[in-house]
Design a protein around this ligand. Sequence first.
Ligand code: MBD
Ligand code: FE
Length: 287
Amino acid sequence: MTDQLAPARLQATASSSGASATAQFLSKQRDQAPTTDPERVSALAGELIEAARQIIRRHRVTYDEFDALKVWLIQIGLDGEWPLFLDVWLEQTVEQVANEERGGTKGSPEGPYFVPDAPRLPADATLPMRANEPGIPLLFQGRVLSTAGQPLPGATIEMWQADDAGTYSQFAPGLPEWNLRGTVVVGDDARFSIRTVEPSPYEIPTDGSCGRLITAAGWHAWRPGHLHVRVSAPGHHTLTTQLYFKGGSHVDSDIAGAVKPELILDPTPVADGPGRRVGYDLVVDPV
Ligand code: MBD
Ligand code: FE
């Protein structure tokens, strides 16, 4: 590595995190053969096209606007921002439909930044973090339960989150590979006790296509701070959700529209330290 290359490599650009998110998504999907029932494809694609035609007619869309749309759609792909775009604006609805019938803890989108196989940690764990990791220390404690109330000692909790600067390891430069990511194996009593730091709100990159849309529309670019969790337990549906923070910025104005009241944590100050603590049980539905 030369000195001239170093600054460029350290810059967090939309296209660098977008490219990582695209590669990550493609690696997850590789072995899954899509089911393509022609009637289903025709219904979904046909209605999407019809909805777009109605918008064009209703708003009398011009050739200039149509060309701007083409440029923008092409650029989303070049920026690698298709996963970001889809997860910000559509995944919350897919999640609602998928989990409508399910009991237990409510779901929330996975988003573009999950990485499987994070380091395995015991039930009493500290997420991998830098020495003097910035942010308010958080102690997150609870149990993994089945909807009928019984503890599930075989469960694992995969956690990932943004740091105090709102960035995710492996999608922003300069962070240790597994920073604030871990796979916690709950104890024989199904309890967990996880030390981390409170995540800052997440800002959609302003220099990419998603950011350009947000600016052009006069929207804001923020998601509230959130902890991602994915709970797996034998004989139960995998729960993918996010936990938010009471009073946190943008908890009432998430650009991804993914906050549910049941998922808002209310941590309290710890008597003998600088941080906060919260208890929250994670409840999964039998298959
Ligand atoms: C995120 O961090 C996220 O969790 C979602 C759902 C979408 C974009 C960024
Ligand atoms: Fe996220």
